[in-house]
Design a protein around this ligand. Structure first.
Ligand code: GLA
Length: 355
């Protein structure tokens, strides 16, 4: 159902504004967007439709087709670990930014699976903030929207994420990748290889970024930053590595992932520009090994899915997103896609194709 129709059915009126906001998949550069790294996310054709009408009082009503309920709140409410927190936080921060002056009626419909690592929550926040900004007479650029959206997640939701998802969603169009320098937010839009498909397969293992695993890795990285005395883990020196190795094997391994993942992301950007997709594939597969062995953010079922994806002909495959569940991303020749997908899914009955 379109969000306009959902809005009409729920509130018995037409919405003032409606938009589509893409989800994102990360090709390479995992868990380094808060450690000084370069990342390569792609905005998706699947995403979130949002219809919204601002209100002059402080009430907020939110309908979502994925939960099939209307939640009634006020802009004075705080997060309560419910699906509606993301929309609530977006309206609260749209007020803080002066885009709105009061609550809103909202209807959300989605083509993105939840808990898949495809950033449905960031898409919702960016989408609402952009709609709210469009209703105000303020000129707001895409990077400022991304920064505000990150604040909603960090401050309102309590999810200590980096800036990758919000930037990918706010700053590029579906089907395009951005090579993003997370230190200064400069980015280059990159076209994807024409003869290959970027396939996304959900493992059937569900996860939430707020379930604590992401936070644990973030906290380990915070300790590394304290030990080395700066925030740029991805570019740490050999001496800093030795210092870490003598302090803790776990922390050393986390840092090893960050440094090597940053280098792989740089090489992957070059490989795409050189149209060397087999090289991109190898880097993706190496990235998975690093996430599995050093950052320790994978699951056995996901490792098996990645291995089978490669054995069945993908040039490369890896877990994508925050980890501990969700989707894999694989690079597959378009002409082999149908058979590849059928064979992979028949080996993994819990898995399903997203794109
Ligand atoms: C989640 C976070 C991002 C990023 C990825 C891992 O999607 O929101 O900021 O850290 O995990 O790369």
């Amino acid at each position: 159902m379109s969000s306009t129709l959902a809005f009409k059915k729920t509130y018995n009126s037409m919405p003032k504004v409606t938009s589509f906001t893409p989800g994102r998949v990360n090709l390479i550069g995992e868990h380094i967007d808060y450690n000084g790294g370069i990342v390569l996310p792609v905005a998706l054709e699947k995403g979130i439709f949002i219809s919204l009408t601002p209100r002059s009082d402080n009430s907020i009503r939110i309908f979502s087709d994925q939960f099939d309920e209307v939640i009634e709140l006020s802009i004075n409410n705080i997060a309560t670990s419910k699906w509606s927190d993301y929309a609530l936080g977006s309206i609260v921060y749209a007020n803080k930014a002066g885009f709105l002056n009061g609550g809103a009626d909202i209807a959300i419909t989605s083509t993105l699976p939840i808990g898949a690592g495809l950033s449905s929550s960031s898409a919702l926040i960016v989408g609402i903030l952009k709609l709210a900004a469009s209703l105000s007479k303020k000129t707001v650029d895409n990077i400022s929207i991304a920064i505000l959206a990150k604040r909603v997640e960090n401050e309102f939701i309590g999810m200590p994420c980096g800036i990758m998802d919000q930037m990918a969603i706010s700053c590029t169009d579906p089907g395009k990748a951005i090579a993003l320098d997370t230190k200064n937010l400069s980015f280059e839009v990159i076209s994807l290889p024409k003869s290959y498909h970027i396939a996304i397969i959900h493992s059937g293992e569900y996860r939430l970024n707020t379930d604590g695993n992401y936070k644990k890795r973030k906290e380990e990285c915070d300790i590394i930053k304290e030990i080395i005395g700066h925030n740029d883990i991805c570019n740490m020196s050999d001496n800093e590595f030795i210092l870490l190795k003598n302090t803790s094997t776990d922390l050393y391994q986390r840092a090893l992932h960050c440094v090597s993942e940053h280098q792989r992301a740089l090489k992957a950007i070059k490989a795409i520009k050189d149209d060397n997709i087999p090289k991109l594939g190898l880097l993706m597969t190496e990235s998975h090994a690093s996430m599995r062995d050093d950052f320790k953010m994978s699951l056995t079922n996901i490792d098996n899915l990645v291995n089978d994806a490669i054995h069945l002909g993908a040039v490369g495959a890896r877990l994508t997103g925050g980890g501990f569940g969700g989707c894999i991303v694989a690079c597959v020749l378009k002409k082999n896609l149908k058979t590849w997908r059928q064979k992979l899914l028949s080996l993994h009955p819990k898995a399903f194709s997203v794109i």
